[in-house]
Design a protein around this ligand. Structure first.
Ligand code: ZN
Length: 191
């Protein structure tokens, strides 16, 4: 039985659940790219079965923020997925703030262990600052999913160094998330 992974590329193109914007870069664009690359990597590995929340770059989920989030969670719950990975980028009014962090509903859970493995690999492969695994029980996609779920903040779009990493090689982030999942499951890459 393949492990069923639901990859949620956070936000939408356009105004509905639009996400952060830094200069002329939309968060949703980076999230979409990293998620699609991650899905391609995982689909090439028979041990995983993958679905993505957005299947094309111009797809819009929901008609407002809450229905947009619910569409993703409902699909993952109905499948049902074994794991839910939501991909986001951060923003801050202070451009010096940088780094990756991974959010979970609560600590001392499978989600925390998965988050730690994914974050370790992002830090190692991408070379971004480690901001740790954090809890945020108010995040809907963590609260309403019925499976182990994590929300990955890849980096800060408002930090020039992080933005360069995010735009320059989204595949690095995707491969790091894949390796983090393998570590969590005690698997090694296919040779
Ligand atoms: Zn976001």
């Amino acid at each position: 039985m393949a492990i069923k992974i639901y990859i949620d590329q956070g936000h939408n193109p356009g105004g509905i659940n639009g996400g952060a914007i830094a200069g002329d870069v939309e968060e949703q664009y980076i999230n979409y790219n990293v998620g699609i690359i991650l899905a391609d990597i995982m689909r090439a590995d028979y041990r995983f079965e993958v679905r993505t929340s957005r299947t094309s770059p111009d797809q819009i989920l929901g008609y407002n923020s809450s229905s947009s989030l619910a569409a993703r969670v409902n699909e993952a719950n109905a499948w049902p997925a074994d794991y839910f990975i939501s991909i986001h980028c951060n923003a801050n009014t202070n451009p010096a703030i940088n780094g990756a962090e991974v959010y979970v509903y609560q600590l001392y859970t499978q989600a925390e262990y998965l988050a730690r493995h994914v974050l370790n690999r992002i830090v190692q492969i991408v070379g971004i600052r480690d901001n740790g695994v954090r809890t945020n029980p108010s995040l809907y996609v963590l609260r309403a999913t019925q499976m182990t779920s994590i929300l990955v903040e890849l980096g800060y779009m408002t930090n020039p160094g992080d933005l360069q990493l995010l735009l320059g090689d989204p595949g690095n982030f995707a491969y790091a998330i894949y390796l983090g999942c393998l570590d969590y499951f005690g698997l090694v890459p296919l040779s």
